[in-house]
Design a protein around this ligand. Sequence first.
Ligand SMILES: CC(C)(COP(=O)(O)OP(=O)(O)OC[C@H]1O[C@@H](n2cnc3c(N)ncnc32)[C@H](O)[C@@H]1OP(=O)(O)O)[C@@H](O)C(=O)NCCC(=O)NCCS
Length: 119
Amino acid sequence: MAELAGEAPPRVAGFAAFVPLGEEAELRNLAVDPAQQGKGIGRALLVEGLGRMRELGVKQLFLEVRASNQPALALYGSLGFRLLYTRRNYYHDPDEDGLVMAHDFTPSSESRGLNQELT
Ligand SMILES: CC(C)(COP(=O)(O)OP(=O)(O)OC[C@H]1O[C@@H](n2cnc3c(N)ncnc32)[C@H](O)[C@@H]1OP(=O)(O)O)[C@@H](O)C(=O)NCCC(=O)NCCS
């Protein structure tokens, strides 16, 4: 969860809901207050969540997004998510395709270095 600093009581600016399921995980929701969008909060939430999933040993993270959601698609694309497949007319009101995307966790630079030392 992202909170606005200096507000009493604290005000939520955005949140991300990750569900780890062993070596896989799902990003169930990611949302930033419209008044706070475009300030890097969504990216920060996603980067933090990706780091936590990596620490838990997750190998692949999945999500689903509306095909027209350009801000989310740009964000996911910039963080290495790739399109797995399209679910035709998955969403309603309005009808729209759902895009299932995945992020593959590769060994971090630290562990790559370790592996190189071990081999
Ligand atoms: C998607 C969402 C979480 C992004 O949050 P945000 O805090 O506004 O995003 P950031 O400011 O961190 O921007 C991160 C990236 O998103 C993309 N982005 C953000 N706003 C954008 C816009 N209006 N148009 C296109 N790309 C946009 C850009 O790639 C941006 O990276 P950049 O700043 O390096 O260009 C936010 O738009 C949101 O809450 N949308 C409604 C809920 C939603 O669609 N959630 C995703 C469901 S799968």
